[in-house]
Each structure stands twice: as C-alpha cells, then as structure tokens.
Write a protein that binds this ligand. Structure first.
Ligand code: PEP
Ligand code: MN
Length: 442
C-alpha cells in the first residue's frame, strides 16, 4: 500500500459488481468472447499516432460525452447531438490553437460507473447502488438494483449501434468543415453574449474562404476522423473483448479505442492498471488532487515502459482551486523520467457540489478556471497543455450552472436528465470552446 492509501484520501475498492449468478456470468462472458471486436487494431494504432502528436505539442485532444451513457439514449438525436457539439468545438479549438484537434468521444462504452458507496439506503431499505446501465437499473427496487450480467450483452449491442452511428455520420458529410462552421455561426448569432465570439467566428469564415480559394476541400478526411473511449471499469466486460491480433501478436482491448482507468480504481498494483498494462491501445489514467508524484511515476513505468509518445495520457482533475499548486510538480517529475505523455485537463470532476435543491452540479466559471489554471501551469513550465476531457451533451439540459445559457439554481431542475454527473449543455460546451480557443492563441 502507498501512503496515499493509508491516509484514507483515496479509499480504493475495485468497484466490481457482485453478480448473483456465476453460471449466468460465465455464459455472458463466453458470448462476449465470441462476439466480433467493436474496434480494430489499426484504428487503435492510428489514434496512438494522433496522440503522439498531442504529446509532442503538435495537436490537441478533445475528449467528451456523457458521464454515463444509457441504453435509452443511444438514439440518432442524442449521439448525433454529442458528435455535432464535439465537431463544432473542434473547429473553434483548431483555429484558436492553430493545431489539429484529435476528437475522441466518451461514447460507445461509457455504461459502467464507480460509486462512492456500494449500497444505498432509503427509509431503512438497503439496496446495491446503481452502477450504470451495464450492471443494473437506477430505479430503487431489489429487482432493478440486482446486478444482471445479461446487461453486458446489451452494453455490447448498444456500443455497436452507437459506433455504427458515429462511423456513418462522420463518413457521410456530417463533419464537413463548412457545415460545422455554419452551425457555429448559428450559435454565435443566438448566444446572449455571442458577440464576444463574433471576431473568432469571422476569422474562421475567412480562413474557410481562403482554403476554398486555394482549391482546398472542406470535407478533408482529417475532419471526419473520430475515435471512441470509455473508462475500462467493468473487467467482466473488458476481458472477454480483449483479443490478440494474429498478424502482429499484439493484444488490444477491442471495446473502445482509448481506454482509461478512473480516479477510484487506479491503485498501482490493482487489476485496472494491470489490465491497461496488458493492452496496446492508447491508455489514460485520471489523476485527482490526492495523487502522489511517486504514484504517477509508477504509472509511467508500468504503462509506458518504452517511453512511447501517444501511449499514455494523464487526465488531470484536481479542481479549480488546486490545479495551479498541485500539477506542476507532477509534470516536472514525469518529464524528468523521459516520458512524453499527453497532459489533458478534466475540469469537471474536481468542481462538483450539491445545490440547495439536492442536484449535483458544477459552475461553468469553475470549469473554465480549472482549464485556465491547467494552461497556466503548462505555460510556466514550457510544456504543452494537451487538451480537455469534458462531460457534455448536445441537448439543452440544465445540469451545470452559468455560461451563456444562464442556468441558475432555480432553473437546474427544469431539464436535469443525466444518469450520473452533470454535463455541459450544447451552448455551455461551445462557450467553453471559444474561451479556451482565445487562451490558446494569446
Ligand atoms: C468520470 O469520468 O465520470 C469519473 C468517474 O471520473 P473520475 O474517475 O475522475 O472520478
Ligand atoms: Mn462523471
């Protein structure tokens, strides 16, 4: 055990459900092991190459989507809305930073959630906590909360449907730069303080006109490239979908391109880090405010022993108040080890609080401030702020406070729809992209 664990700051259990029926579990994992891969080795390698550019300071990563996907939300409207939001943000960021943006969804696999308590008690009734649609249902009854391994088959099918939508939409002109820019213009025209963004939007407009004048094609394939990611939490799902490529002898997790280990399960000698160490995919680890520098170096040794840029991403989620003080020593120590990792800011998970109405929420200003602090730290060290990892949706939900959507504590309940943590809505996500774009260029 590390001292970090002895201090009790990070109570780390492995967050696996207690399946009630071992026979049924075996049958399900057997079916998953026989099912076709959802993603392919060449795609994972392509993403590694893109992330290597992020690590070298030649690109940005934009990673985002729901906190928890649900089976019911795998619709064309919901998936298309998230994709559209990410593509819009990517155009704004690419222009602001003058760098290509690597787009990765928290999609097609984000169905399992770690919980702070294994049980939930209401009026003297104690039931297992909801662990995401992959495991059980949110309703508070014994039937709904009992983990059901068959739900992992639905997870696989829903991930497959989602990937099909993503592949079709990105291949089918949805990602045309000119079209994405038109969406952005509509946002700028409609946003309450949209005028702030008019200058940047106008510059993008002129850049597109210039591109066309030079004979360029706004349907450039780079625009359409999109990958998927999720927290590799549920090992009974991940392991059977892990395959060795007969051509190269390399092993890949085929449930998603980029797989990450969450803040609660990143015990250096635990099963999740062990799983990540065994696959060739690009992998990420979330780093909360309590992480010790020694622990971070253990991740580097374990997950990136060959020091290959693009292999390892650290997703930092310290909170706006702590990032400026805690991040710098970690970046310096990792650099001193000779590792070129991607440093990415998750400004969501360190800034959550409960509103008087009982809704879990986050304020846009704290989210923006954490990104700003993250960028300041990198600027002062001369290292690259590699991008952002966000919880967002394409809809008009009211889950996070502030932004040009003007959500306040009274309007929170209006469209509070998340299955887990509060997400930026479409316009808050674009607000943030325009802000970050301005910071990258300044
Ligand atoms: C999440 O990304 O939804 C999450 C649970 O984050 P973390 O592991 O950083 O707490
Ligand atoms: Mn979350």
């Amino acid at each position: 055990m590390t001292s970090e664990h002895l201090t009790g700051q990070r109570p780390s259990d492995d967050q696996q459900p207690e399946w009630p029926d071992a026979g049924r579990l075996r049958e399900v994992t057997g079916r998953l092991a026989a099912a076709p891969p959802l993603v392919f080795p060449a795609e994972c390698e392509a993403l590694r190459a893109r992330l290597a550019a992020v690590a070298r300071g030649e690109a940005l990563l934009l990673q985002g989507g729901d906190c928890a996907e649900t089976f019911a939300s795998a619709t064309e409207e919901s998936v298309g809305g998230k994709l559209r939001t990410l593509l819009q943000m990517a155009v704004v960021l690419a222009h602001g930073a003058s760098l290509p943006v690597v787009k990765v969804g928290r999609m097609a696999g984000q169905f399992a959630k770690p919980r702070s308590r294994p049980f939930e008690e209401r009026d003297g009734v104690r039931l297992p906590s909801y662990r995401g649609d992959a495991v059980n249902e949110p309703g508070f009854s014994a039937r709904e909360r009992t983990p059901d391994p068959a739900r992992m088959l639905r997870m696989y099918e829903t991930a497959s449907t989602t990937l099909n939508l993503v592949r079709a939409l990105t291949a089918g002109g949805f990602a045309d730069l000119a079209r994405v820019h038109e969406w952005n213009r509509a946002f700028v025209a409609g946003a309450s303080d949209g005028r702030r963004y008019e200058r940047l939007a106008g510059e993008i407009q002129r850049a597109l006109a210039f591109l066309r004048a030079c004979g360029g094609d706004t349907r450039a394939t780079a625009t359409a490239e999109f990958h998927v990611s999720h927290e590799a939490l549920l090992l009974d799902y991940e392991r059977p979908l892990t395959r060795t490529d007969p051509e190269t002898g390399r092993t890949y997790g085929t449930s998603g391109h980029l797989l990450w280990v969450g803040e609660r399960t990143r015990r250096p000698d635990g099963p999740h880090i062990d799983y990540a160490a065994g696959v060739r995919n690009p992998v990420a680890v979330k780093l909360g405010p309590g992480v010790a520098a020694d622990t971070v170096l253990r991740y580097v040794d374990r997950l990136d022993p060959d020091r290959e840029p693009g292999r390892l991403t650290f997703v930092v989620r310290m909170g706006a108040e702590r990032v400026r003080e805690r991040l710098a020593p970690l970046v310096e120590k990792v650099g001193a080890e000779g590792a070129l990792v991607c440093w990415v800011c998750d400004p969501m998970h360190g800034n959550t609080f409960v509103a008087p109405s009982g809704h879990k929420t986050r304020h846009f200003d704290a989210i923006a401030d954490e990104v700003r602090g993250f960028m300041e730290v990198h600027r002062s060290l001369g290292t690259h702020p590699g991008g952002v990892h966000l919880e967002l949706t394409g809809g008009d939900v009211t889950e996070c406070l502030g932004g040009s959507a003007g959500v306040d504590v009274d309007t929170l309940p209006r469209r509070y729809e998340t299955a887990c943590d509060p997400r930026l809505n479409h316009s808050q996500a674009l607000d943030l992209a325009f802000l970050i774009a301005e910071w990258y260029r300044s």
